[in-house]
Design a protein around this ligand. Structure first.
Ligand SMILES: [Zn+2]
Ligand SMILES: [Zn+2]
Length: 350
């Protein structure tokens, strides 16, 4: 065991605090990573506050992790000491079910092992990336291309893959019209990736405040949905809608924007059930879908794609003592577009 510095939530209602946690010994197939940066995802906040169910405390969150390999187990073949690597939302899966065997461990039928707040194979609760080190099975460690700076690479491990996977699966590309609903951490990556794939991208945001950013990220246009006539004017327009909003929204109004055989994919995760009229789906043979992160193979493909197309998240690097303040700013959508923690600041001075 190794004691490492971390920032943890002591309970659902208290601020996160500096602490230490134990990491397991490096097993045969494990990789010990010195974490350089960890992104702050909205899911981190939902998890520590118990919004998605009760969890055990203290809990360290963070599933947008990048750093370098410090040590590898004797049977490790995929990674070497000194490699630039990343870890995303999962650290293991059953490896035996139909979906795992098909290479889609993100859809493991027994549930993939989350990077934090999940029961690990040794029975302990997984602890995430707001820490200086992590030990992960080599199969769940990604290679981070040299051309992507460490701090900007971090959000690719959740926000990047969560938007890349549905864009690739539903074939966003030349000749396709894609709408991105919401311009936050996920939304801004959806815009950059969809544009790089060659699709014509429209951002649907509540206001015009982020219009200049949308256009700079590759969108053809940015429309403010506060005015209800905007959505009415866009009916039957899009092949694909990526909804990144995790608050309830009028599904019928957005589904009507799909043209023949169009699909609306939810990657935002509102906790409540949302009403929907089946008649809206009849028109244009529309599909309403969901998508959950991406497989390890697809995550590597996304990292290589981002390097090849020179795209990276827009980040604001913060020190660990600003994590609680950052949470409040994420909740009020006051971030452009992802906070990333410099994990060197987790080590107490002196
Ligand atoms: Zn996330
Ligand atoms: Zn499985």
């Amino acid at each position: 065991m190794r004691t490492v510095h971390a920032y943890a939530a002591p309970s659902a209602t208290e601020p996160l605090v500096a602490t230490t946690i134990e990491r397991r010994d490096v097993g045969e197939r494990d990789v010990l990573i010195a974490i350089r940066y960890a992104g702050i995802c909205h899911s981190d906040i939902h998890t520590v506050r118990g919004d998605w169910g009760d969890i055990a405390y203290p809990q360290v969150v963070g599933h947008e992790i990048v750093g370098e390999v410090l040590e590898v187990g004797s049977a490790v073949t995929k990674h070497s000491v000194g490699d630039r690597v990343g870890v995303g939302c999962m650290v293991n899966s059953c490896r035996e079910c139909e979906n795992c065997r098909a290479g889609m461990e993100n859809y493991c039928l027994k549930g993939n092992t989350g990077t934090y707040a999940a029961v690990d194979r040794d029975g302990t609760i997984t602890q995430g990336g707001y820490s200086t080190h992590i030990v992960v099975d080599e199969d769940f460690v990604l290679r981070v291309p040299e051309s992507i700076p460490y701090d900007a690479a971090a959000p690719l491990l959740c926000a990047g893959i969560t938007t890349y996977s549905p864009l690739a699966h539903w074939q966003a590309g030349p000749g396709k019209k894609v709408a991105v609903v919401g311009m936050g951490g996920l939304g801004h990556m959806a815009v950059k990736i969809a544009a790089a794939l060659g699709a014509e991208v429209t951002v649907l945001s509540q206001t015009t405040a982020k219009e200049a950013d949308s256009l700079a990220f590759g969108a053809a246009r940015h429309l403010a949905t506060k005015d209800p006539s905007v959505l009415r004017g866009l009916r039957n327009s899009f092949d694909l809608i990526i909804n990144t909003v995790s608050a309830p929204l009028d599904l019928d109004a957005y589904l009507r924007l799909l043209r023949l055989d169009g699909t609306m994919v939810n990657v935002g995760a509102p906790p409540e059930a949302l009403p929907l009229h089946v008649f809206t789906l009849f028109g244009n043979r529309r599909t309403f879908a969901g998508s959950s992160i991406g497989s390890i193979t697809e995550t590597q493909e996304m990292l290589d794609f981002c390097a090849a197309h020179d795209i990276a998240p827009a980040v604001e690097v913060i020190s660990a003592d600003r994590i609680n303040e950052a949470y409040e700013r994420v909740l009020s959508s006051d971030v452009r577009y992802r906070f990333v923690i410099d994990t060197a600041t987790l080590v107490p001075a002196g």
